[in-house]
Design a protein around this ligand. Structure first.
Ligand code: ADP
Length: 722
């Protein structure tokens, strides 16, 4: 089916033709036949790289140019940025694009001027809770990676959000994009959607198992040279020889860094002079962006053409690695499986070094087929590679047979709603009532009827869980006591708008009410003891140290569980460890020192601080509303967590491009406030932070930029607000 023949305006057709897209891929053509451009709901369950985004674009453009508004929901922030950048290419068509991933208690009314809005599912949920007006104008909703409904963390929010959007805009078109899952028909039926199910891919995918020097596919065997003792390195070298790149999936961060390092000497030998120069440039950029031990290991790897990629890296570092790989310079990325979920980063060969994953209940377990397919699907760059290869590794013939049966010949599992527990439902019950979607238990059950859970299991199973949630919310003062009518109290409305789990809010309120003295530690531990906080993992060497700390500061914790209740006490120690990380952060411990002490990466510091800042904001708001102590302290801590600094630096930190390190330098040199900075000579400030930053500082604090002309560009400081 030609783009030319589609029922689209000429300008859209020209846009695609100019970018070389003349004909639809077969699954795309099927989607058009099933009503994509006529506003029909559609579920496209097709492999990665087979053009799902283009489907979304066509539906969105058609609707937007007819006066509608499109919302594109993604599971991850990184994915939101990727899609945002792509959709900005439509600006030539007069289309405005916005992105929303940040603060949860904002309405973001300003976003409404855009025609296409990209948001994470959590942000979409929070926009709905804050009754953002433009959401009623949405004419197309795209739900990307909708199979994540199966995820206990994100699934419930996604399905409730979709149910709310459909309730609010019954005529709005829903386009759901999914990996191929076992029960795609069921998911489509839930969404009243036509189903496009296909295994078609733009590049052939050869899936197979490497065993004893040979890569076995379904109908082909391929011997691989063995210049080194490591099979995975040999597979990487073999791909480089054929002009391709490899993605190697590892089960842990440690292994992923280990493999990138191990491959250095072999990969380095394959590089051309031009590659080496380009790679040295990327390595330098990495070092400019971060000064931790992990980033110097990464820079060394990149100089040799290898890299690792995991959530411990900061976003700029990850992007440098992704770009270096996309432009063909980095030959190998060794990654944790998170990379398989969404980001568009295909490679000629994908090697899955470990198909087992550690689970605390069951030990090492084989990963689900769906996850294997997501990783394997990354193999083969459309239009660049003649084919893609996905390789599993076997140590014995029996394992080879097992892997063929378990993964290559198998279809992906069914997905199941995870909404049916009190923990998952509580927050959605409150927000549904707060937003006026339900005023009685019957109306609430009627609303929940629209969820995938009810579709899969029947609403009956939910009723008892909903009663538990309602009891909890009444008991905590978030709902009015009257059993016949569901009305949220002022507290309930605030909790819903702040996007916090009502249990977290209840724990914070109780902690503030009962606390004796409120120290930094008391407040930090209080937010770390809520279910919304992501706790750090306890290593065996941590127990003694954290326990000693608890003993020495016992009076500052609102509650210490009985050490003989081992599970509960261990959990508590995890909360304390996370509080200690935040404590080091707000006391300006250097990032590298924090990384080494806690065995984490810079990316972890930032993501932990991000969540902590939000929960501390909640604590300040709750204390304010309920008249509890701690409002002022929590507000101050919220800001300190944002910047990672002591209180005396707060004034300086309000200046963009001044982060914790530069602020400290200025402060120690005697420039303690913006007023003192304004009175300083440009040369003095330039000597401390470099001429370019000095110029920016003066511009912001309202003095004419008289700093000397700069010749270099200082990088933005990490953690600085820009
Ligand atoms: P998915 O979202 O399914 O992973 P994308 O939509 O990102 O895949 O498409 C992968 C690549 O294929 C993109 O670079 C896109 O421009 C290209 N592409 C999509 N549809 C077509 C088409 N009909 N013809 C040529 N290239 C296409």
């Amino acid at each position: 089916m030609k783009i030319e023949s589609l029922d689209l305006s000429d300008e859209i057709k020209r846009f695609y033709e100019n970018s070389g897209i003349l004909e639809l891929y077969p699954p795309q053509a099927k989607a058009v036949e099933k009503g994509l451009l006529e506003g029909k709901n559609l579920l496209a369950a097709i492999p990665t790289a087979s053009g799902k985004t283009l489907l979304a674009e066509l539906a969105m453009l058609k609707s937007v140019l007819a006066g509608g508004k499109a919302l594109y929901i993604v599971p991850l922030r990184a994915l939101a940025s990727e899609k945002f950048r792509r959709f900005q290419e439509f600006s030539g068509l007069g289309i405005r694009v916005g992105i929303s991933t940040g603060d949860y208690d904002k309405r973001d009314e300003g976003l409404g001027i855009n025609d296409i809005i990209v948001a994470t599912s959590e942000k979409t949920d929070s926009l709905l809770r804050n009754e953002t007006a433009w959401m009623q104008e949405i004419s197309v909703v795209v739900a990307d990676e909708v199979h994540l409904i199966d995820s206990p963390d994100r699934g419930p929010t996604l399905e409730v959000t979709l149910a709310k959007l459909r309730r609010m805009n019954p005529s709005c078109q829903i386009l759901a994009l999914s990996a191929t899952v076992g029960n795609a028909d069921e998911l489509a039926a839930w969404l009243d959607a036509e189903l496009v199910l296909s295994e078609w891919r733009p590049t052939d995918l050869m899936e197979g198992v490497f065993y004893n020097g040979t890569f076995y596919c379904r109908d082909k065997e391929k011997p691989v040279e063995q210049p080194t003792k490591d099979e995975a390195i040999n597979l990487v070298l073999d791909t480089i020889k054929e002009g391709g790149q490899s993605l190697v999936f590892e089960s842990s961060r440690k292994n992923c860094m280990g493999f990138a390092k191990k491959a250095v000497s072999a990969v380095k030998k394959t590089l051309s002079k031009e590659d080496r120069e380009a790679l040295a440039g990327i390595a330098d950029e990495i070092l400019e962006n971060s000064e931790t031990d992990i980033s110097s290991v990464l820079a060394n790897c990149v100089r040799a053409g290898t890299a690792f990629h995991h959530a411990g890296l900061t976003t700029p570092l990850r992007e440098l690695v992704e770009d270096g790989f996309r432009n063909g310079k980095i030959k190998l990325i060794s990654s944790t499986p998170t990379l398989a979920a969404g980001l568009n980063l295909p490679a000629r060969r994908v090697v899955i070094r470990s198909y087992r994953r550690y689970s605390s209940e069951m030990g090492m377990q084989p990963i689900p087929v769906l996850e294997y397919k997501q990783m394997a699907g990354r193999a083969g760059r459309p239009r660049l590679d003649p084919y893609g290869e996905a390789v599993l590794l076997a140590k014995s013939y029996e394992e080879l047979v097992f892997l063929f049966e378990k993964y290559i010949e198998a279809g992906a599992e069914d997905i199941w709603s995870k909404l049916g527990t009190e923990n998952a439902l509580r927050t959605h019950v409150l927000s549904t009532i707060s937003n006026g979607f339900a005023r009685t238990k019957e109306e609430l059950m009627d609303f929940l009827e629209a969820t995938f859970f009810a579709f899969q299991y029947s609403n009956f199973g939910l009723s008892a869980v909903v009663d538990e949630c309602l009891n909890f919310l009444r008991q905590e003062g978030m709902l009015e006591k009257d059993p016949d009518i569901l009305v949220s109290t002022v507290l309930g409305k605030l909790v819903s708008r702040l996007y916090i789990d009502p249990l977290s809010a209840a724990l914070i309120a109780k902690g503030l009410r009962e606390a004796g003295t409120l120290t930094e530690l008391t407040l930090l531990h209080l937010i770390c003891s809520t279910p919304d906080m992501r706790l750090m993992y306890m290593r065996s060497q941590d127990y003694q140290e954290v326990n000693d700390y608890v003993m020495a500061h016992a009076g500052e914790f609102s509650r210490i569980p009985d050490p003989f209740n081992i599970a509960e006490y261990e959990w508590f120690l995890g909360e304390v460890k996370t509080s200690l990380l935040l404590m080091d952060w707000i006391h300006e411990k250097p990032e590298n020192e924090i990384c080494l002490k806690f065995g984490i990466g810079e990316g972890d510091i930032h993501s932990t601080a991000d969540i902590a800042e939000w929960i501390m904001h909640v604590a300040a708001q709750l204390a304010g509303l309920l008249g509890l102590k701690g409002a002022k302290e929590a507000t101050e801590l919220e800001k300190r967590i944002r910047y990672g600094a002591a209180p005396e630096l707060m004034d300086l930190l309000d200046i963009r491009s001044v982060g914790r390190v530069r602020a400290r330098k200025l402060y120690e040199a005697g420039f303690k406030t913006t007023a003192e900075l304004a009175a300083a000579s440009p040369e003095q400030i330039a000597a401390l932070v470099g001429p370019k930053i000095a110029e920016r500082i003066f511009k912001q604090i309202g003095r004419k930029g008289t700093a000397p002309e700069s010749t270099t560009t200082e990088p933005l400081e990490k953690g600085s607000p820009e």
